[in-house]
Design a protein around this ligand. Structure first.
Ligand code: GLY
Length: 411
């Protein structure tokens, strides 16, 4: 019996989801609202991979720094970090092994925006998005034109593919065999849920083979579990940050290396103004991490800000956007269990919320929003569905403690 990579992965994901999904069908309604709002100003919120950079940015904002510059200080940290493979230097590459980055920003006080998509060889694309906003009459530049613009305004060209990300890509390339991102996705009518028995022996054998190959490629033992997870379930790691100062000015940015091993030229939601990021300082700001394709279809960040304009709380506004994703799949849990989305929402009075489709990737890796309003902290997001989008790895490998919870590797 043969099994495709995608079918194989799906069967494993089904297995890992089994427990959570039993509960999910009974839990399709939002949970009651926890107290996620502080309504303090100034305040910065971000996805949890920006947490370590909040102190510096908050100090800058409190001392009168511009709101967009404060948000950019947060996201520049992971962009510069070669060990964060979700963004900037060391980001996981496309299917050809080339890192392509997306970013956008909005400056509330001047009501301007900038964006870049599919940029190669330039590390700080969030700053390039700002440069598009400041130095051109355009809003969005993509591909080679964006790269040439970045070089023209002074950004250095550099190799963004770290040895570690190259090895993970090679592992994916060697493993993926017949299946990749080509072919219809889950939104296509042809897509069928996996039928392979969840606890298939093939799954265990496959993981064992990938693990052996990871060792042969020289992937460090402590990173091996995370590398295998990336190969079998390519991530869409991203960082978003929104900032509000004590004058009521707001700005935001989102930056990413996008979906790992994507088709060259694929842009996700992160560079799309209104999907991955949207700010209207009369109302609020929102940003997203997660399934870019799904978020584009509901214009998530814009939808949330408009919901708040009509009077919804940050949490209600975010839940409504998540429900639009659910509606796009006619509540089909056989499809929705394979996707995830997290929104980070900040209202103009400082009230905020973090909401997500699922509680996390696993029991030990829950979705979180990081906040700094004088006190830096992380809070678990409020999930539309109980349970996890998938739980990995469902095989007998001990994940080192540093790869759990707040690890940059599991974002
Ligand atoms: N949300 C990031 C992406 O899909 O590229």
């Amino acid at each position: 019996m043969s099994i495709t990579r995608r079918g194989f992965l799906e069967s494993a994901v089904v297995a890992s989801l089994a427990t959570g999904l039993n509960a999910q069908d009974k839990n399709k309604t939002p949970q009651p609202s926890p107290p996620t709002s502080s309504a303090k100003q100034p305040i910065i919120i971000c996805s949890n991979n920006g947490r370590n950079y909040l102190d510096d940015a908050f100090l800058f904002l409190r001392n009168g720094g511009d709101t967009l510059d404060a948000a950019l200080r947060v996201v520049k940290g992971p962009e510069d970090d070669p060990n964060d493979d979700s963004v900037g230097l060391g980001g996981l590459p496309n299917e050809e092994g080339v890192v392509e980055l997306d970013a956008c920003c909005m400056h509330g006080p001047t009501r301007r925006a900038g964006s870049v998509g599919g940029v190669r060889n330039i590390k700080n694309v969030s700053l390039v998005a700002k440069a598009v906003m400041e130095h051109t009459g355009h809003v969005m530049l993509v591909g080679e034109g964006a790269e040439r613009f970045a070089v023209a305004v002074g950004f250095p060209r550099e190799n963004l593919l770290t040895d570690r990300s190259r090895k993970v890509w090679l592992l994916w390339k060697e493993n993926h065999s017949t299946d990749d991102w080509w072919g219809p996705g889950m939104s296509g009518p042809q897509w069928k849920p996996p039928t392979t028995p969840p606890q298939s022996e093939l799954w265990k054998e496959r993981i064992q083979r990938v693990e052996e190959r990871a060792a042969q490629l020289g992937i460090e033992p402590e990173f091996r579990a995370a590398a295998i997870r990336r190969v079998l379930s390519p991530p869409t790691g991203t960082i978003h940050c929104s900032a509000l100062n004590d004058k009521g000015e707001m700005s935001a940015c989102t930056t990413t290396s996008g979906l790992a091993f994507k088709l060259p030229g694929r842009c996700g939601d992160s560079p799309i103004i209104g999907a991955g990021c949207y700010t209207d300082q009369d109302v609020g700001s929102a940003g997203a991490t997660g399934s870019g394709e799904e978020n584009i279809k509901v214009a998530g960040a814009h939808t949330i800000v408009e919901n708040m304009r009509r009077g919804m709380s940050p949490q209600e506004a975010g839940m409504d956007a998540l429900k639009r994703i659910v509606r796009n799949y006619n509540n089909d849990m056989n499809k929705l269990k394979f996707m995830d989305m997290t929104y980070y929402i900040l209202r103009k009075d400082g009230a905020y919320a973090g909401v997500s489709l699922w509680e996390g990737y696993s029991d030990t890796s829950v979705h979180k929003i990081a906040i700094h309003d004088g006190t830096r902290r992380s809070q678990q997001t409020v999930a539309l569905f109980k349970g996890v989008s998938h739980e990995f790895p469902p095989f007998p490998v001990t994940i080192p403690p540093e790869l759990k919870e707040d690890s940059v590797y599991l974002k």
